[in-house]
Design a protein around this ligand. Structure first.
Ligand code: GCU
Length: 432
């Protein structure tokens, strides 16, 4: 991005300042605790000047002028930069992967859905790492169903109180196994089914427990030449890479499932799992829609703004999420060869949706909007209308075509309002 474009973004940033300052006063989500919220910047006037790296300028400085040059040169180049500097390199599928259908109930949820539980075994050992999928496919349809696929935080049995779901998975960073249906507020299963979509989910901790030494128990160990060792090359993948890899393996299974329309799978993720969805969607083009809900730093938000959570802080508190090299940029985001608008651009020309919440300043809603905006030139080059606006829309007002965006009133969360937008977006792009 050239200086005048960057300045344009900066100017539009100034215009909406009032609304965002108001948001700061309202902040009170469950996430930032007093100590580290205090060290974060929530003041627009203290956002440093920055110039975003241009998604359409190759490493050798040449501009990308055709869809083919984007596809053949710039896209692979950008993917490599994100691998090398942010998320680490993702290996291909493991040689030894097995799908086991554990249960099928054609009469689940009062006959509304077929519920399936499928385990994907990795590494050839029955007690090795595995990903347990929970699938609800709507009944009474003539064709395979389009689907939403998303990892969950607390175990499959938390997305719905349905007693037929096997209790599996713990609470991520929590020790106790949460109750059935305890996260159901974030997963409107019946609504999704009534709209004709299947829902596919799995607990992210199956792939790797979310803690600094989680790698010892997760899928990353399957690929290491030196299992058990604490030595990681600077571009070795982190936990976000492992979770994203798992989403692609779930997709490998879905391609074989006759209930699912493999050409209409939308990927969705919230917060750290929103970061994961974006990275998975950037790499794997089988995901035909990608939805980032409040993904923030390392997700949809521009790192260079240093607003709310910063690269320094995310690396310090979650050292396992990104590759080791990403830690070098805590003291200088402007040296990063990429920024997060380019991650969004990697999803082009497929539809992408970025959603923010007004009180979720930790995730830098404005930085999420600006990243979506700065991804637009790639969509334009590929002949797809993007956001269609230059300034953040009012609260609870969705905008955009192939790049969707809204900022919802309220806190860091996934709400019915968010889902209503995602279902509408999927209807539109999946031609329903
Ligand atoms: C923390 C973290 C964020 C992350 C969030 C979540 O707040 O700092 O980066 O998105 O947790 O995953 O809930």
């Amino acid at each position: 991005m050239n200086r005048s474009e960057a300045m344009k973004i900066r100017r539009s940033l100034g215009r909406a300042k009032l609304g965002w300052t108001f948001g700061i006063l309202l902040m009170g989500g469950p996430l930032p605790t007093a100590a580290w919220a205090a060290e974060a910047n929530y003041d627009e006037s203290r956002v440093p000047d920055y110039i975003l790296p241009d998604p359409l300028r190759k490493e050798n400085g040449r501009p990308v002028k055709s869809a083919q040059a984007w596809r053949d040169q710039r896209r692979p180049e950008l993917l490599r930069l994100f691998e090398t500097h942010v998320y680490g390199r993702t290996p291909g599928p493991t040689k030894r992967m097995e799908f086991k259908v554990r249960s099928v109930d054609p009469d689940a949820l009062g006959g509304k859905a077929t519920r399936k539980e499928v385990t994907i075994h990795f590494g050839g050992a029955p007690d090795g790492p595995q990903l347990r999928l929970l699938i609800y496919a709507p009944n009474g349809r003539e064709r395979p169903a389009p689907a939403f696929l998303g990892l969950n935080f607390n175990g499959n049995h938390t997305v719905h109180a349905d007693p037929g779901i096997t209790i599996a998975g713990g609470g991520g960073e929590r020790a106790a196994v949460p109750d059935r249906g305890s996260s159901s507020r974030r997963w409107p299963v019946e609504t999704i089914l009534d709209r004709g979509y299947a829902l596919v989910t799995a607990w992210y901790g199956d792939l790797e427990p979310d803690r600094a030494d989680g790698w010892k128990e997760g899928v990353r160990e399957l690929f290491r030449p030196n299992p058990g060792s604490r030595e990681f090359p600077p571009d070795a993948w982190g936990a976000i890479g492992a979770w994203a890899w798992g989403l692609s393996r779930a997709m490998d299974y879905l391609e074989t499932d006759p209930d699912i329309d493999r050409d209409r799978v939308a990927l969705i993720g919230h917060s750290r799992l929103g970061k994961t969805a974006l990275w998975a969607g950037a790499q794997d083009e089988r995901f035909k829609i990608v939805i980032s809900n409040n993904s923030g730093c390392g997700g949809a938000a521009l790192s260079r703004r240093q607003f709310g959570e910063t690269v320094e802080r995310i690396n310090r508190v979650f050292p396992h999420w990104f590759c080791a090299r990403f830690k070098e940029y805590g003291a200088g985001e402007d040296r990063l060869p990429v920024d997060q608008h380019q991650l969004i651009a990697l999803i082009a020309p497929r539809p992408v949706y970025v959603a923010s919440a007004a009180e979720d300043l930790w995730a830098d809603p404005r930085g999420e909007f600006l990243a979506a905006l700065a991804a637009e030139p790639v969509y334009r080059l590929l002949g797809r209308p993007g956001l269609g606006v230059n300034d953040p829309p009012p609260l609870d007002h969705a905008v955009g075509d192939f790049i969707g965006y809204h900022i919802r009133a309220g806190k860091h969360d996934v709400t019915d309002y968010d889902w209503a937008q995602y279902l509408g977006f999927a209807d539109r792009h999946f031609g329903k």
